[in-house]
Design a protein around this ligand. Sequence first.
Ligand code: MG
Length: 250
Amino acid sequence: MIVLKTRKDLEAMAKSGLIVAKALEAAEEAVKPGMTTLELNNIVEKVIIGEGAKPSFKGYRGFPACCCISPNSVVVHGIPSKDIVLTEGDIVSIDVGAFFGGFHGDAARTLAVGKISDEAKRLIDTTRECFFEGMKMAVDGNRVGDIGSAVQAHAEKMGYSVVRELVGHGVGRELHESPDIPNFGIAGKGVRLTKGMVIAIEPMINMGTKDVSFSKKDGWTVTTKDGKLSAHYENTVAITENGPKILTLR
Ligand code: MG
């Protein structure tokens, strides 16, 4: 079931979105070579709790930390650890959710650790561009497939591949609501988008194969099958009568 949001709901969601934006900004400012992914997690958690919010991911289906931190070939759902040290040249994606005033906000960025290669930078930039290509399609009357096909077209034009197993989603009182928002698809197909819907658009773009592996060891970590880099960029987006509105970006 798709839960449409009222104007009042959207005002509340803008608040949880803002907290997510602040937490991601803090991570971006803090990230540096030598830092562990647990330290980065704790910086984010401090911001969320400091704002009086709750980290959406902590305890979600048993997830053990505040945010998902996924370096290099980890696509998403990396578990922060004191044993994972970020080093110069790494890329690291950080996915953050905050629950405040009854609603969740959900967003992700991929950050550079120190100086990174031009190749890695191009992947990060393209993944962000893929989000904006998809977001432009998030308008009343369009279909979910319009978003996915726009994301896929841009990624593939740049020589990259789109992960199929993980997709975006509705956001609201629940972290994951209907409908699914795939990063691939056929324009004009799928669920119709209407104003009042709030969705997380979150391209996961791989430098090599689109295929991924799911860790049997920790039950969470998703990595590229070929070990090549992957990047992630996500915002919570409201579909309004005036077009798409990003709630998790200042
Ligand atoms: Mg999400």
